[in-house]
Design a protein around this ligand. Structure first.
Ligand SMILES: Cc1cc2nc3c(=O)[nH]c(=O)nc-3n(C[C@H](O)[C@H](O)[C@H](O)COP(=O)(O)OP(=O)(O)OC[C@H]3O[C@@H](n4cnc5c(N)ncnc54)[C@H](O)[C@@H]3O)c2cc1C
Length: 411
């Protein structure tokens, strides 16, 4: 049986480990962090991603640990509604749209992967430094840890680089690619405990390309105090260049971020108050990378953000990392030649993802209607149909659903 080595125990790497183990492959995962901790704020996993989490046994855990988003609504910067639609099961899909704390999801995946693979197959403190491949194997070499000790090299049949946006595996094939591309905006992210808004299961976005806020609940149900945890992302354009990498994800001033949105007090949500309620927040530059022409090189391939880092428009980054996993596992089942199987996986996924990266960068995915509303009516509108046609409103969402493969979640 094929021995698969995965570098990176993020959402992509752990989901791949579970799909591969389920199909009988021998899997080992190597994570750079000294300990795999539940880190992160909220993310949305779309129904077509939840489908693949259900397939690896996480249905109950997801139902308990997430908010099943019922509605998504877009507003302009004055709080006037541009568009809304039902989501997940409320939209007729077989699976929910799961708004969930990223760390909680990673914890669920880790627990499931530890049970499926055996805990001794998931190795923290193993930062991949380089690898070699020959006609019949790959050999992984790891960086020395804080104690100066270098973990022993590992041999396997194939390597899956699921090591994120700064992937060492990708860099070995594209050494001159450089840093990710900066979109011009800084995103601040936090979690606040607030009174439910609308039906308590609605995700909202307000603003436009240069300045935007996204808010959604991340827990199932309301607490005894009548409040819910909401994740927010506040985004603003900066004139400076991209912050240096060591400053990514640094803590930022909550009042400073709330002050940027001081005028965004809408009848249905007091945005600065929601932001100000967070105990802390973190900043992150909006980045992606140009799509590359190849992910699979012999016995080595890329998955998740290592393969296709994208702007977080359309809430599809982790969702697509999750979908890579069964595509990879199915290709390996279908072809006994791993090199051919990795090429099949690439050919299936790469063109779809290259297009998605482009749509997210150029049009903000389905959020393109927010750009149009700002361009055509910066001072607001009485009726949105004076500003955008019904066809423009409908087609933005429908075209995106086709691009991301949302129909997979129907059956
Ligand atoms: C503001 C923001 C909002 C987002 N919102 C959403 C959303 O709503 N929905 C959605 O689907 N996606 C969202 N995303 C995107 C999503 O977070 C990523 O696409 C997803 O986490 C990628 O998973 P991954 O496993 O490929 O990479 P990562 O989560 O980055 O995991 C990579 C792992 O590899 C490890 N690693 C790195 N280097 C090495 C090495 N050399 N050796 C070994 N291990 C290594 C890292 O420590 C990490 O654990 C958002 C992103 C941002 C920035």
């Amino acid at each position: 049986m094929l021995r698969v080595l995965i570098s990176g125990a993020g959402i992509g790497g752990l989901t791949a480990a579970l799909h591969l183990a389920r199909r009988g492959f021998e899997v080992e995962v190597f994570e750079a962090a000294p300990e795999i901790r539940e880190l992160g704020l909220g993310i949305n996993i779309q129904p077509h991603g939840v489908r693949e989490l259900v397939a690896i046994g996480l249905e109950d855990a997801i139902a308990r640990g997430s908010c099943a988003v019922a509605k998504l609504a877009y507003f302009n910067k004055h709080g006037q509604e541009i568009w809304h639609e039902p989501r997940g099961r409320d939209a007729g899909y077989r699976y929910q749209q799961a708004a969930i704390n990223r760390g909680r999801l990673q914890g669920m995946l880790l627990e499931a992967a530890s049970a499926a693979l055996g805990g001794d197959r998931i190795h923290a403190g193993h930062r991949l430094e380089r690898f070699e491949q020959s006609d019949n194997q790959v050999i992984l070499h790891f960086a020395a840890g804080p104690d100066g000790q270098r973990p022993a090299p590992r041999r396997g049949d194939i390597l899956v680089g699921a090591d994120g946006i700064h992937s060492v595996v990708r860099k070995s094939f594209y050494p001159n690619e450089g840093l990710p591309k900066f979109g011009g905006q800084i995103m601040w992210r936090g979690i606040s405990r607030v009174r439910p808004f609308f039906d308590g299961r609605t995700m909202i976005m307000a603003g436009h390309r240069d300045k935007k806020v996204v808010v959604y609940p991340v827990d199932a149900g309301v607490g005894d105090d009548g409040l819910i945890n909401v994740n927010w992302v506040a985004e603003d354009t900066i004139t400076d260049s991209m912050p240096p990498r060591e400053d990514w994800n640094r803590e930022a001033s909550v009042p400073g971020v709330a002050a940027r949105f001081v005028d965004w007090r809408f009848p249905w949500l007091d945005v600065p108050a929601v932001l100000a309620a967070a105990p802390t927040c973190y900043e992150f530059p909006k980045v992606d990378r140009d799509p590359v022409a190849q992910w699979s090189f012999g016995r080595v391939t890329l998955l998740g953000d290592a393969a296709h880092p994208m702007h977080p428009a359309g809430s599809n980054g982790a969702t697509q990392a999750i979908i890579d996993a069964p595509a990879l596992a199915d290709s390996l089942v279908a072809d006994s030649d791993p090199v051919a199987a990795l090429r099949t996986y690439q050919d299936k996924r790469l063109p779809v993802l290259a297009e998605l990266v482009r749509i997210n960068r150029e049009k903000m995915g389905p959020e393109s209607v927010m750009i149009l509303a700002e361009q055509r009516a910066p001072n607001g509108f009485t009726n949105v149909l004076d500003v955008l046609t019904q066809e423009e409103l409908d087609s933005a969402s429908n075209a995106y659903k086709t691009a991301v493969g949302a129909e997979r979640a129907r059956g």
